[in-house]
Design a protein around this ligand. Structure first.
Ligand code: JEK
Length: 274
């Protein structure tokens, strides 16, 4: 996969040379090319921002350098043979749609991504609207909090997408594992020593009983999700739950929602046994 990043802070992306994705890049599985937006300015001060039309606080990124930067990126292409399809443009924005694992999986199947990192109050909207005439564009948000620019979001997106590119994650079994627990938080993990500062590892995990371990992990996962992410339990598919799941969820007050489309669960405190 080829990823082009456009930013006024290329140094943020030095972090990609470290660790797992750094190795994938050495092996050529992931090619990340970072472009400095200021290289596409023409004035002495390499200006990329201006005051907002309509007034208001802060500055907005001018469209001209962005147009030239995207023209330059499109004039190159992803490495490898085959027809050159236009890339997917991903624009981090606090006003974007949520970046999810489902979108990460979709993007991991693409040969070519472009990430446009804004700063200040964001990029002149015409850049995104014009780009939609020549490529697929997604404005995405990492979550409901405000960052100072798109770079940290772009790093997170490259990491989330990059680890899904075939051959990038060393332990291929660990990715297969992730789909069967989709929609739930994971159970806690433990390693040696078996007792640390008088805190033992849960007995079942050292029992060697693989059936009991799988059940304990599933119940721990359901309990943790119900406690910290009830929104995920509401959207759980009852058809993807076994009888023991339904017993654990009922004990936590969650019952399948009758007649709901799509199916899900509803919290009913009267269902909790005391
Ligand atoms: C891209 C510039 C900074 C800061 C004004 C007023 C309420 C803020 C833009 N999850 C995420 N949070 N933030 C970003 C993100 C932030 C960015 C840019 C992404 C480019 N900034 C900035 C303040 C404001 N807004 C109304 C929200 C706008 C992000 C992602 N992905």
């Amino acid at each position: 996969m080829r990823v082009d990043v456009v930013t006024i802070f290329p140094a943020y992306f030095d972090a990609l040379d470290v660790s797992l994705l750094g190795k994938a890049r050495e092996r050529g599985l992931l090619v990340v090319v970072v472009h400095d937006l200021r290289d596409f300015t023409h004035d002495r001060h390499r200006t990329v921002d201006d005051t907002p039309y309509g007034g208001g606080a802060g500055m907005v990124m001018r469209p001209e350098p962005w147009g030239e930067a995207l023209d330059h990126v499109l004039a190159t292409g992803p490495d490898g043979p085959g027809p050159v399809e236009s890339p997917r443009l991903v624009v981090p924005s606090p006003a974007g749609r949520p970046f999810t694992q489902a979108l990460a999986e979709e993007l991991a199947a693409e040969p070519w991504l472009v990430l446009a990192c804004g700063r200040y109050e964001g990029i002149d909207q015409r850049v995104v609207d014009e780009a939609r005439d020549r490529m697929r564009v997604d404005e995405v948000s990492l979550g409901d909090y405000v960052l100072n620019g798109g770079e940290v979001a772009a790093l997170a997106i490259v990491e989330a997408v990059g680890r899904l590119v075939p051959g990038v994650v060393g332990n291929s079994g660990s990715l297969a594992d992730e789909s069967h627990v989709a929609g739930l938080l994971e159970a806690p993990s433990f390693t040696k020593p078996p007792v640390w500062r008088e805190w033992p590892v849960p007995d079942v995990l050292v029992s060697g009983n693989h059936g009991a371990i799988a059940r304990w992990r599933r119940d721990a996962s359901l309990r943790r999700t119900a406690r910290v992410r009830p929104d995920l339990v509401e959207r759980l598919d009852p058809a993807a739950c076994d009888a023991a799941d339904l017993v654990q969820l009922a004990a936590l007050g969650w019952l399948p929602t009758p007649g709901a489309h799509p199916a899900g669960f509803t919290y009913d405190p009267t269902a909790v046994a005391d």
